[in-house]
Design a protein around this ligand. Structure first.
Ligand code: URA
Length: 228
């Protein structure tokens, strides 16, 4: 039996060490979502987002890749483009769209007087899927919160989705891209309200050059869109 004085001392000690907090019987959540609050500072938010992607655990894509591919271009741009996933060149350089598809993308942008200083570019997935295969539904689901946050941070007036992977992931439908391209869709990503347009992925256009005329219609829509 503890003497009264000792008992009081022990209670005071437990209070002091914040006993209740230390012996919390909740399970440790090892997969805790990175649910950080956005600050006023875009670059700080981008850094935090980058870190939370780098800190991802148990990701086969990450384990098999050389570099994380986060973005290219101007974070202050009013136009953001989202592709699918890095390929071999992007994985080597750590930048999106630097291979052959990227060269065509640069030409498409130049055709409407844009370049990488005037737009911001990222992908649905930040690590290269092995052998350039399409990302699986599970991989897309895992990376979706990051690209959604990324869009919210950049807060673009126009969001260009390149190809069906970006379309299906961010517009949540299973319609074919040929029916969805070339239309403006108003959409919210967190606090970001933006005008979305879907167009063909440049890698698809390299395989199907006859579709370039449709992509040109989409590009002119982007060029002519009034943004405030
Ligand atoms: N294709 C993409 O979708 N993204 C890249 O970064 C490169 C090729």
């Amino acid at each position: 039996m503890l003497k009264k004085n000792n008992k009081i001392k022990l209670i005071k000690y437990y209070d002091f060490i914040n006993y209740n907090l230390i012996y919390n019987n909740k399970a440790i959540n090892r997969y805790k979502k990175d649910n950080f609050e956005l600050s006023e500072d875009k670059s700080e938010n981008l850094e935090k987002l980058k870190k939370s992607i780098i800190n991802l655990k148990n990701c086969d894509l990450k384990n098999g890749a050389n570099n994380m591919v986060f973005c290219d271009g101007n974070p202050k741009a009013k136009i953001m483009l989202v592709g699918e996933a890095p390929g071999a060149n992007e994985d080597k350089e750590g930048l999106p769209f630097v291979g052959r598809a990227g060269m065509l993308l640069d030409k498409m942008l130049a055709a409407i007087n844009l370049d990488r200083k005037k737009v911001y570019i990222s992908n649905i997935i930040n690590y290269r899927p092995p052998g350039n295969r399409k990302p699986t539904d599970k991989e897309i689901e895992r990376y979706l919160p990051f690209i959604t946050k990324h869009i919210e941070i950049i807060n673009p007036k126009i969001l260009v989705l390149l190809g069906s992977t970006a379309m299906n992931a961010l517009i949540e439908n299973n319609t074919v891209i040929s029916q969805m391209r070339g239309k403006w869709i108003e959409k919210k990503f967190g606090n970001c309200k933006t005008s979305v347009i879907i167009t063909f992925h440049p890698a698809f256009l390299m395989r199907q050059p006859a579709q370039k005329k449709m992509a040109w219609i989409d590009l002119k829509m982007i060029r002519d869109k009034k943004i405030n």
